[in-house]
Design a protein around this ligand. Structure first.
Ligand code: XBP
Ligand code: MG
Length: 229
């Protein structure tokens, strides 16, 4: 196991099983606006192939044959802003836990002098709230770089967020390790030339992770498997 210099974490599905909270926030948003849209778990699993909540709503409308004239982008932005507010409220009400092994792997990485970073498609408010909720108000200070969906031109599976992270870290891609839960995330990391460890999540178990450098099992992240004690 070659030592890394940095570990770059995905957020949703990796740090925490948050996609059910996202799905609830989307559905409560649709209810609030009087829309008869409801994303079931099976439908949401399909929609998760589209990264980004705003893009996901647009994709849903396009595939439901609902014309953009009826729901222009300005409206989907309003929907998404409300959804993000609701999602943050749900996180703040303590509706989430870190996935098994996350706290340990972060502690081990810090003890080994690794830099930590976040590369996510989700909105910055969501990351700030989740990290503060899990690690306290200064939790985000542990991460040398945090790049979110709206910080880059193209969301995962494009490599943009990962390229921006390694650029800001000033560390070669091959000296980093990305930890992801989804195929889109794996492709984004690979596109940036970064070795990737997969921890399949509720909505991504069974995805095609061929080409991943490590795939963790049900027990979640294991620091020892990455040469971290
Ligand atoms: C997963 C995503 C995000 C979330 C919803 O992000 O694709 O879009 O599903 O969050 P990650 P937003 O890269 O952390 O797995 O509604 O803020 O996009
Ligand atoms: Mg993810």
């Amino acid at each position: 196991m070659t030592p890394f210099k940095a570990i770059i974490f995905d957020v949703d599905g990796t740090l925490s099983e948050t996609e059910e909270i996202h799905r609830r926030a989307f559905n409560e948003t649709f209810d609030y606006f009087g829309l008869d849209w409801h994303w079931t778990q099976s439908r949401y699993r399909e929609l998760l192939l589209v990264s980004g909540g705003k893009e996901r709503i647009r994709h849903f409308l396009d595939h439901a044959g609902i014309s953009p004239d009826r729901f222009p982008d300005e409206f989907t932005m309003v929907l998404h802003a409300y959804k993000t507010e609701r999602y943050v409220q749900l996180l703040e009400s303590g509706q989430f836990d870190l996935r098994p092994g996350v706290r340990e792997i972060i502690a081990a990485a810090q003890q080994n002098g690794y830099r930590l970073a976040i590369a996510t498609t989700t909105s910055r408010e969501n990351v700030e709230c989740l990290i503060a909720g899990a690690f306290g108000p200064d939790g985000l200070d542990m991460f040398a770089s945090v790049v979110c969906g709206d910080d880059v031109a193209r969301k995962k599976p494009a490599p943009d967020v990962y390229l921006r992270v390694i650029e800001s870290l000033g560390i070669a891609a091959s000296d980093c390790l990305a930890i992801e839960d989804s195929r889109n995330g794996m492709l984004a990391a690979q596109g940036a030339g970064i070795p990737v460890a997969i921890t399949p999540a509720f909505y991504t178990v069974g995805d095609d992770f061929s080409g991943a450098d490590w795939i963790f099992g049900e027990e979640g992240l294991e620091a020892s498997a990455l040469g971290l004690r």
